[in-house]
Design a binder for this molecule. Structure first.
Ligand SMILES: Nc1ncnc2c1ncn2[C@@H]1O[C@H](COP(=O)(O)OP(=O)(O)O)[C@@H](O)[C@H]1O
Ligand SMILES: [Mg+2]
Length: 238
């Protein structure tokens, strides 16, 4: 069991190497991180620095070569593939740069999909999804297909999908990377509001220093190493 004072998320000596055209590429080279429950963490780093790899390891989509990934007292690296998939579906909400909505499903079907896969759709969850859809200003679009929506609208739907099943934490991979300034601001503000008021921990990969400014913890990935800073310090030295 997790003790109250334990960090919500701990990474210990996490390593990941990919083989690319016969060459080894060390993407994570002994990454350590402690994240408090309810924190908003941003991960800065140039393209190819390993931000997505790190988020995928935290979210149980990928596994590290070595090291520990402790989330709310559970060690993800000790789980079988099946249990890791179950953990991910039940406890992780994901928001992607390219929205990743399924084009053949309606907005409502997309939103309920993670819970459908887990067999946990019930009246309460449907109601919660409706409330969230209303909060992002799209309650009249539930029967629409994604292609009829703008990028900003698709990302607002993806936020609802990430949160409807009440995940333990939320991972956002450059969620505003494909949006104009106005839509970026709206998507970011919704994501922050909705995760904060539910007390959920949010980890976000981003290039955007204005986003990092709002984080409780700013991390930088470079050369396989992760350094952490308070938001103010990271931005002073950019
Ligand atoms: N499945 C994979 N196979 C081989 N190389 C990969 C794989 N996934 C990522 N990489 C490589 O790992 C590095 C980090 O990728 P990524 O985590 O996507 O970085 P970022 O999200 O910061 O742009 C890149 O060089 C990428 O090409
Ligand atoms: Mg990436």
């Amino acid at each position: 069991m997790a003790k109250q004072q334990d960090p919500f998320l701990t990474l210990r000596s996490v390593t990941k190497t990919f083989i690319d055209h016969g060459e080894q590429r060390v993407v994570l080279d002994g990454v350590n991180l402690d994240v408090e429950r309810g924190a908003f963490v941003t991960i800065l780093g140039s393209s190819g620095s390993g931000k997505t790899t790190l988020l995928h390891i935290v979210g149980g989509i990928d596994t590290p070569d070595s090291g520990d990934v402790l989330i709310d007292g559970s060690d993800l690296t000790g789980l079988s593939d099946t249990d890791r998939t179950r953990f991910r579906r039940r406890h992780v909400g994901m928001v992607f740069q390219l929205f990743n909505l399924i084009p053949t499903l309606t907005v409502q079907e997309n939103i309920l999909l993670p819970a459908e896969l887990e067999g946990t759709v019930d009246a309460r969850l449907r109601r919660h999804a409706e409330v969230l859809l209303d909060r992002v200003g799209l309650s009249d679009r539930s029967e629409t297909y994604p292609e009829r929506l703008s990028g900003g609208e698709q990302q607002r739907i993806a936020i609802v999908r990430a949160l409807a099943h009440e995940p333990l934490f939320v991972l956002a991979d450059e969620p505003t990377g494909n949006l104009d300034a106005e839509n970026s601001a709206r998507v970011l503000s919704l994501l922050l509001q909705l995760t904060r008021e539910a007390g959920r921990t949010l980890l976000m990969a981003t290039h955007d220093h204005d986003i990092a400014r709002q984080a409780t913890l700013v991390c930088r990935l470079q050369g396989g190493e992760l350094t952490t800073h308070s938001a103010a310090h990271a931005l002073e030295t950019r």
